[in-house]
Design a protein around this ligand. Structure first.
Ligand code: NAD
Ligand code: 89Y
Length: 338
């Protein structure tokens, strides 16, 4: 497969490294409006074809898929261009900042009969996959409660300065991943109640969010996120989990320690590998980039929908929207309101 990548910024470097590790894939073109970033990535990854303008890149063509690694404002126009050009599409999270745009992107890819995957990679972290395997294999019976927790004081603003500038922050940027993990374990949610808070005075949006979800299958979960939590050990970027089932419990604790009390009782170290191009503490996320991109390639080859297809991601985005509405209006919000 030949691919093109748009947006040669902070996170795209991981995507470019991961593409280099995947057999049978070659990134043949790069695009960025920022000439310096474009030239740097082209040199680092030895990609000679570069474009400052995405429309021009699609017009020239010569690739089967596009990997959109830009921030949210450009997603709708770029996904539409990609669908019109008839290529498969990966789009970074947050897919959209409103459901209407997200639905328009899903419709555009459907009309073109092309695969559309949202780069919603946190559920692909190997420690999360190990815990998912335990729960889905029935080892703890039917899950009735989940706690999905991401609390950190790590400075994400130096690498991603735009995170300090938006009216929305932690739910849209990070909570979106944790809500998606909650869906992976317990299925879609019917209702959500959320509170938000801004602790850091130097940012515009909320940096603390606490959410209570009622899942359609009957389970309840708490999704709690904070970038205002100074703790030892600093657990960035770990998601800690606690799932109670009718026959046992699974926990993923700090330091990637998975313990299961149930039909079988055991503890296992599920520390992710540090890939050759990765560095701690980001190695957990970086490995999941490779895994989700491999998943996309496998899905296209087999004609299957990716786990985090555009259509699937509408449910995660609906939770994000509902959480903000709940926090603003101080009430429980039904997902059917959207
Ligand atoms: P960034 O600002 O560092 O990079 C984005 C790049 O896109 C910039 O170089 C910009 O010039 C370019 N760009 C924007 N619009 C363009 C257009 N229309 N045509 C061509 N180039 C364009 O941003 P980032 O920190 O790399 O984040 C990108 C996305 O990745 C965000 O949506 C962010 O939420 C997401 N992200 C995901 C993860 C994850 O684990 N999945 C982690 C970090 C960031
Ligand atoms: O942008 C965010 C993401 O998707 O994962 C972590 C992050 O980089 C900062 O919150």
């Amino acid at each position: 497969m030949k691919g093109a990548l748009i947006g040669c910024g902070f996170f795209a470097q991981n995507q470019l490294h991961a593409w280099r590790d995947i057999d049978g894939v070659e990134i043949v073109a790069l695009c960025d409006q920022d000439a310096g970033r474009l030239a740097q990535s082209a040199a680092d990854f030895n990609i000679t074809r570069t474009h400052a303008d995405a429309a021009e890149m699609f017009a020239v063509g010569g690739f089967d898929f596009v990997d959109i690694a830009t921030t949210v404002p450009s997603h709708l126009p770029l996904v539409k261009m990609a669908a019109e050009a008839g290529v498969h599409i990966i789009c970074q999270k947050p897919f959209a900042d409103n459901l209407a745009d997200a639905r328009a992107m899903v419709a555009a890819a459907d009309a073109a009969q092309k695969t559309l995957m949202v780069h919603e990679n946190f559920r692909w972290q190997s420690a999360i996959q190990a815990a998912l395997y335990v729960v889905k294999s029935g080892s703890i019976g039917d899950p009735f409660f989940g706690r999905f927790s991401f609390r950190s004081g790590y400075d994400v603003f130096s690498g991603q300065p735009y995170l300090a500038e938006g009216a929305r922050f932690i739910i849209e940027d990070l909570g979106i991943h944790i809500l998606d993990i909650a869906r992976a374990f317990l299925g879609d949610a019917d209702r959500i109640a959320a509170t938000t808070k801004r602790v850091n005075p130097n940012i515009k949006g909320e940096d603390v969010a606490t959410m209570l979800l009622t899942h359609a299958g009957g389970a309840t979960s708490v999704v709690d996120c904070s970038y205002a939590t100074r703790r030892t050990p600093e657990t960035f970027p770990e998601t800690l989990l606690e799932i109670d089932g009718t026959e046992g419990t699974a926990r993923l604790d700090a330091g990637y320690q998975l313990s299961v009390t149930g039909k079988e009782t055991h503890s296992v170290d599920v520390n992710p590998p540090v890939l050759s191009w990765a560095e701690k503490p980001w190695h957990n996320i970086q490995e999941s980039v490779l895994t989700i991109q491999q998943h996309f390639v496998d899905c296209v080859a087999k004609g299957r929908a990716p786990q985090t297809s555009g259509a699937d991601n509408l449910q995660t985005l609906a939770l994000v929207e509902a959480a903000y509405l709940s926090a603003a209006e101080g009430r429980t919000v039904r997902l059917s309101e959207h």
